[in-house]
Design a protein around this ligand. Structure first.
Ligand SMILES: [Fe+2]
Ligand SMILES: [Fe+2]
Length: 366
């Protein structure tokens, strides 16, 4: 991890310094060599840097407390409109040098080189798989997804939230669990970019209730968890409808604005009569971390995340990684679980991560 941090630091310093010198300055060569030697040290099959939900992720490991250089690199990537950079085996010094020069300029879009690819993290569009899986998808029907869509798009400070509709959706999810044990078959693939927000909401609700049921939670609390999970991201609707269908904001300003969505969501939900009190709590806390970091923070100091928010945070992270595709490759379930386990105790409640991984593997092995 230390080497990865060093790599990020040197790469950022190289890019910043390069903007001060002319392209052919010998210092640019010197920095390129340093970056090149660190790439060789930290390279696995590839070396990937991604920005997901405002975090820098290097080789699938979230770089928490990335420091000043990490934040600078993240901002620079966002200003260039990219959310991923991948170096592959065989990368040459001249490619690294050109890439550093390229990244140091704000006036041009980033280029892609033979062994260095730049771009954005995509939501995967799984249309073919969807058709193949036709029967399985009947567990969560198209109509149910449409209902979530209607409720999500009907949300406005001027309209009443359809609480009865939410109850109905959550009840149908519970029925689906009892008909199909393999939870992964209940998750809906993202079929188009503009379906992302409500498909994600549906999947987060299914995954949160799946965890809660495995812990013996039932009845009203199980319903309340499902409703709260369905509504966890409603604050995004208040911010911008255009931004909704991108899992990662493209620009720094967007990212900063987006970080306010837990607050907007909690304020909106706390005003709705008849809605479970858990919903504003989960909306407010789903980006907080187990160790007390994350966002937003409670002004009163040490209050930790509610256990239901911890379950939703696990479901949220799992579904976000499951829905993105890197260079035509989807994240394997085992890789997502490995990242979660690595960050258990800091980002996530370790007992809940263990329970999630164990129950998921059990449910999918039969
Ligand atoms: Fe969120
Ligand atoms: Fe989310």
């Amino acid at each position: 991890m230390e080497k990865i941090r060093q790599f990020i630091n040197i790469l950022t310093i190289a890019i910043s310094n390069c903007s001060l010198y002319s392209n052919d300055h010998e210092l640019v060569d010197e920095y390129a060599k340093k970056v090149m030697s660190l790439i060789q040290e930290v390279m696995e099959d590839t070396l990937e840097i991604m920005v997901i939900e405002g975090d820098l992720i290097v080789n699938k490991i979230p770089l928490r407390d990335a420091g000043l250089h990490g934040v600078k690199l993240l901002r620079r990537m966002q200003r260039k409109g990219i959310t991923r950079i991948a170096f592959s085996q065989g990368v040459t010094l001249s490619e690294v040098r050109e890439f550093i020069v390229d990244m140091s300029r704000f006036d041009s879009p980033p280029k892609t080189y033979h062994h260095i690819r730049t771009g954005t993290v995509d939501i995967h569009l799984d249309e073919r798989k969807t058709r193949e899986m036709g029967v399985d998808l009947d567990y969560i029907t198209h109509e149910q997804i449409q209902k979530v869509k209607e409720i999500y798009y009907g949300i406005s400070p001027f309209k009443r939230l359809q609480i009865a509709g939410l109850e109905e959706i959550v009840s149908s999810f519970i029925l689906a669990f009892h008909r199909e044990a393999n939870i992964l078959k209940l998750l809906t693939p993202v079929r188009s970019q503009d379906e992302y927000i409500y498909t994600h909401a549906t999947n987060v609700a299914v995954l949160s209730m799946f965890q809660a049921e495995s812990l013996g939670i039932k009845g009203k609390l199980l319903h309340d968890i499902g409703i709260s999970a369905l509504l966890h991201d409603v604050g995004k609707l208040v911010i911008s409808r255009e931004m909704l269908n991108r899992p990662t904001p493209a620009y720094t300003e967007e990212a900063t604005k987006m970080k306010q969505h837990p607050i907007y969501g909690a304020v909106y939900l706390s005003k709705i009569e008849g809605l479970t009190r858990l919903a504003p709590i989960v909306a407010f806390e789903h980006h907080m971390r187990y160790d007390g970091t994350g966002y937003p923070r409670y002004s009163s100091g040490k209050r930790g995340q509610h256990p239901c928010s911890q379950m939703v945070a696990i479901a949220d992270f799992f579904d976000t990684l499951r829905s993105i595709r890197l260079y035509q490759r989807k994240w394997e379930i085992k890789d997502i679980l490995a990242v979660m386990k690595m960050n258990a105790g800091r980002d996530f409640n370790p007992s809940l991560v263990d329970n999630f991984a164990r129950t998921l593997l059990l449910a999918t092995s039969g």
